[in-house]
Each structure stands twice: as structure tokens, then as C-alpha cells.
Design a protein around this ligand. Structure first.
Ligand code: G16
Ligand code: MG
Length: 222
């Protein structure tokens, strides 16, 4: 068995990825910038200011915004986001995740969070999952965000586990690249077009079955 599972938050444990998109879209529309779900795939997993930069780069007239104005926009997006997730609770844990966490516990496998979000702890609290995690990496922990491997290696280092014995689970292209460059086994949730380089790909979280993930992991090791 591997020694640790490192979970992405948004899009894996809960569907905050959708709220991040809706909040960015609301902020962008106010500037006359239109973003769709295909563009949003590029925002998944990357930090707040990096996401804002990508959105603003769609509009040449936004290039003269000051640092202060950009911070105001990011703040506004976060207010929309926090409003949208206000009523979230344990019912919003994505299908299959509690079973997977439970299987990890049963097999003595350590559990970590590897999130790019500044709101990660708040979201875990809302879901009632904070106590399940042996270690939490969020935006405050790492210097280099996804696709840099630091989010995942920081979790493994804290748990004192070799990278080759970790499994990372992601829904974003940036996060998947981070897991792969950390030399961990990568499990991706989504479609092949956005996530072509996963060691193991499933379409949705309800397909994340512990025994099958372990089979795939052992096959790659063999
Ligand atoms: C998440 C989302 C990103 C979001 C980032 C920062 O990362 O996938 O879309 O931009 O966090 O979030 P915040 O604005 O809350 O700091 P992850 O790594 O949990 O998927
Ligand atoms: Mg994600």
C-alpha cells in the first residue's frame, strides 16, 4: 500500500470549483469580460491573483489597472465566492470521497490536503472534515503554487513519507502537472482532453474506488 493520499480540495472533495467559476464569471462580466467553462479549465488549481491575471489578459484595456485595483477585484471575487459557499455543509462532500477517506484510515494510510486556496480551512470546516486530515497544505503554506510540485511535496515532507509512496488526486491540469512532477502517482477526475497525463483517470468522484486505485498504483510500480 502507498503511505499517503494527498487530496485536492476544489473539485475533488467538494464542488467549490463550480463556485470559483461562477464568482470569477460574475466579477468578469462587470468588467465586460466574458469567460466560459473551457477557459475556466485554465483557472482551476492556480492561485487567486494568477487567475485574475489570466482573466484580465483577455481584455487589452485591463492592462493598465493598478496593483491596488487588481487587489480590489480579487477581493470582490472572493466576497462573491464566500457568499456562494455560505450554506455549504457535509451534504456537499462529493460522492465517493467519504468512503475513500474511510478506506485510507482503515489501511493506516495518512491523509493530507493539497489546496491552492486561501479558503481551504474554512471550506473543510464547513464540510465537517477538518479532523480527518493529518496535514493541510493551503495557499498560506507554499511559495510556489501549482503546477509547481511544492503543494504536494510539502504535504509528503510534513508526513515524512517518500514521494513515490504518495497518491495525489486532482481535477485541474495545473494540479495534475504538480503531482506528476513530484513523482507521485496521479489520479485525475475529469476528461482526457483536459487531463491527458494522469496515471489513472476517472470521469467523476463516485468512480474513485480505493481497491482500484491501489491496483493501478501497484501495476505502475511493478
Ligand atoms: C483552488 C481552485 C482555484 C482557485 C484557488 C484559489 O485550488 O481550484 O480555482 O483560484 O484555489 O482559491 P482562493 O481564491 O480561495 O484562495 P484547489 O487547489 O483547492 O483546487
Ligand atoms: Mg481542484
Amino acid at each position: 500500500y502507498p503511505k499517503a493520499f494527498i487530496y485536492d480540495l476544489d473539485g475533488i472533495i467538494t464542488d467549490t470549483a463550480e463556485y470559483h467559476f461562477l464568482a470569477w464569471q460574475k466579477m468578469a462580466e462587470e468588467l465586460g469580460i466574458h469567460i466560459d467553462r473551457t477557459f475556466n479549465e485554465r483557472l482551476k488549481g492556480i492561485g487567486r491573483m494568477e487567475s485574475l491575471q489570466l482573466i484580465l489578459s483577455l481584455d487589452p484595456s485591463a492592462s493598465n489597472l493598478s496593483v491596488d485595483e487588481k487587489e480590489q477585484l480579487a477581493l470582490k471575487k472572493n466576497e462573491y465566492y464566500l457568499e456562494m459557499i455560505e450554506r455549504m455543509g457535509p451534504k456537499d462532500i462529493l460522492p465517493g470521497i467519504e468512503e475513500l477517506l474511510h478506506a485510507n484510515k482503515q489501511h493506516g494510510i495518512r491523509i493530507a490536503l493539497g489546496s491552492a486556496s486561501k479558503n481551504a480551512k474554512h471550506v473543510l470546516d464547513l464540510l465537517g472534515l477538518t479532523a480527518e486530515f493529518d496535514y493541510i497544505v493551503d495557499a498560506s503554506t507554499v511559495k510556489k503554487g501549482k503546477p509547481d510540485p511544492e503543494t504536494f511535496t510539502a504535504a509528503a515532507d510534513a508526513l515524512n513519507v517518500p514521494y513515490s509512496e504518495c497518491i495525489g488526486i486532482e481535477d485541474s491540469a495545473a494540479g495534475l502537472e504538480a503531482i506528476n512532477s513530484a513523482n507521485m502517482f496521479s489520479v485525475a477526475v475529469g476528461d482526457k482532453a483536459h487531463l491527458p497525463n494522469a496515471d489513472y483517470l476517472v470521469a467523476a468522484t463516485n468512480e474513485l474506488k480505493f481497491e482500484e486505485i491501489i491496483n493501478q498504483y501497484n501495476q505502475k510500480k511493478a
